[in-house]
Structure formats: C-alpha cells, structure tokens
Design a protein around this ligand. Sequence first.
Ligand SMILES: Cc1ncc(COP(=O)(O)O)c(C=O)c1O
Length: 431
Amino acid sequence: MIEKQLEKLRQDFPILDIKVNNRPLVYLDNAATMQMPSAVMDRLQSFYTTSNANIHRGIHSLSEQSTKDYEAVRKKVSVFLGAESSEEIIFTSGTTAAINMVAGMVSEQLQTGDEIVITQMEHHSNFIPWQQLAQKKGVKLNVVPVDCNGVLNMECFHRMVNGKTRIVAMTELSNLTGIENPVEEMTAYVRDHSAAYVLIDGAQGVVHCRRNMSVLRPDFYCFSGHKLGAPTGTGILYIRKEVQSQLSPAWYGGGTVTSVSADKIGFLNGPAVFEPGTPNYAGVVGLGEVLDYWMNKELEMISEQYPKGWLSWECELLTYLEFGLQALDGVRILGTTDHRKGCVSVCAAGIHAFDFCKFLDQYGIAARSGHHCAMPYLQAMGAEYAVRFSVAPYNTMDEMDAAIWACDQTIKLLNGQREHGYKRSRKRHFE
Ligand SMILES: Cc1ncc(COP(=O)(O)O)c(C=O)c1O
C-alpha cells in the first residue's frame, strides 16, 4: 500500500528522477531545503502568466486579483498554524529575517538589568541576533546548556527564566540532532515565572511537528517556506494579536501608513504595518499552494498504521536509518533520544565530514556536511563537524538502504586509504 502511495507522491517531485554522478539521486538534504512539488511550479507559472501585478494600492483588475491571491494565503497560513486570526500572520522572507525583525522590535523595550534566554541548541539564526542584541543593549544573555546527549538541561532553564527575563527564544526542533524541545511546557513555565516574550523558531518544527498556535500561544513563531517546498524567500512570522500593539515596526516603508507628512505619521493597524515595501507576493502564492498540497496529502495518507500520515512515515524512515547508521564501524550518532524527527547527524571516527559527504555524493547520496549553523550545540557534544541526513515524506526505504550502504562503503574506503597511505609514508620514511 505505502509503495503505491509513495510512487504516486514521488511523481509530484520531478527532481527526484534525476541522476547525480550517474546514480539515481537520493536526496537526504531536506532539512536545508525541501524539494518543490510540480503543483507549486505550475501555480507560479500560471500566476506570472495570468495575474502578476504589484499587490495592495492598485485598483486595476490584475492588482486586485494579485492582492486577493496574496491575502488568501494569509488565511491559509493561519488555518495551517491554527492561529486565532489571519491578522496574526506576517509574511517575511524567511526564518532568519523574522527573528532579526523580532530582535529589532523588542530592542527598544530592553533596559539595563534585563535578561535574554536562548538555548545552546539554536541554529545560528536564533543565536546570533540575540547575542548581538544583548551586547548592543548591555543586557545579560543566558544560554541554557544541553547535556552530553544533546538534550536541554531543564533545571538550568528553570533557573535562568525569572523576573528579569524579557525574551525567551528557543527552537522547536533541532536542525542538527532532530531532538524536539518540550515547547508547551517551556512556554507555560515562562508565563508562570516572568513577563517575557516567547519566540519559537519553527523552521524545522513546522515541517515535522505541526503545533497549533491557539494551544501553544507563543508571542512569536516563525518558519521558512522553502523547508516545506515553497519558493525560497518566503517565510512567516506569527505575532500573537495581543502583542502586536506593544511593538513598533523594525522596518519602515511603503504600505504601512494611513498618512505621512514631514512632522506626522499615522501607522496602519494589523499585519500591513510589519510588511513594508513590495513583498515576495508571487512566492507567497507558491507558499499557499504548497500548504494546500501538504494538507491534502496528509489527510489522504492518515491510516491506523500511519496515524499522522506522512509524518508517521518520515519517523519510520528515520528510525530505520538511525539503526542502520549506528551499526557501522566507528560511527557516532549525535544526540540521544527515543524518537527523532526529521534528521540524524553522525561523526565517523577519523573521517572528516567533508570527505565523508563528498564520497557519498559519488554514490548519488545528497547529505549535508559541516557545522550546520549550530556551532555551540556541536561543541557541547564534543564535535566540530557532522554529516546530516534529513528525510522528507517522499523518501523511500530503498533510499535509506542505499544511504547506509554508501556510508559503509565510504568508511571502508576512507579508512583503507588512510591505512594504506600511512603504511606507504612510513615505508618511505624508513627507506
Ligand atoms: C532551526 C532553524 N532555524 C533557522 C533556520 C534559518 O532558516 P532560513 O535560512 O530559511 O532563514 C534554519 C535553517 O536551516 C533552521 O534549521
């Protein structure tokens, strides 16, 4: 059954059929960006062919149509996130832009003695803006540490959140280990012990966790469209309605005001004030299409065996992959958890992650190497670089087997070469 559904799903992603280095592509770099279904490409084509015009403030038919399409996506995103109203949805160019925007907005509220709390698990995009803000404003930055298993130390979290805390920024799901944070519990703790804003980085979580904003009620939640197969340069910043009136926009420009003169300005209410300038409206239309695509596909897939539809399938793939990788010679899986979501990262003894990945590429396996923009987290686990495999619903068990096999071959080859090279140089040395 799943084979048939998978075959059908894969037909929607033409890139999955290409060959890389004369091998079928095995795309396991989904945490960096997910492939785009052809429905989105078709939608962009039709949008640019029939409806393209700059949105808002145009009263000709094309502009009105374009505006309608753009605003319809705002509604769609609010349903997708379970927000209370589409007024809570702000379009941005991605997660990084959204976090920097929030840092800019809360900056003016920070005063001497205030504190910011982030975690050691953060992607640099949710680490550096807060570190820089803390330095600029002279406030204390508290970084909640992880233990050697890569799991947040909740005791420290509890100690660090207090009456001085003004903002707590945390990831929903790690882009390095696939470990999920208990964000409901953490948000509730912040509410009980401080008046701080809560920002949740949902760049990975939105793909694999699917939380409901009306239940979670953070102040800010953000994600990037491309991690769900939407065009790059699209993203969402959810801002809880009650919080919006407390914030001044981080950026100014066209489309945000009721009137302007040399000495007076009247700002609009609602999301428009946070979206100055021409947004990536065509990309947003593509984002709407991808949300429709996944919401439909997930409903179709739900069954007793896969209660969360394609999300359950992803978990099955990842568990199998982790098990296979763990059995390989000298491989260390980063982070310990009962259930991982989205990705698994490894270090192989004596082999640099870049060499590892370049060899995998020869087998058609697209994995990602490097520090994954998570240097503090890697350092906490005693690693400098890692190889990350990240899955999407369209991946197959055969692909997991291919990746495990290619890793095994790579390890044998690179270890063999190292031994061989070492012996040769020793021989030369003693000659
Ligand atoms: C957890 C997390 N946060 C933030 C980002 C930054 O996303 P973007 O580069 O799309 O702005 C990423 C990207 O990989 C991520 O995984």
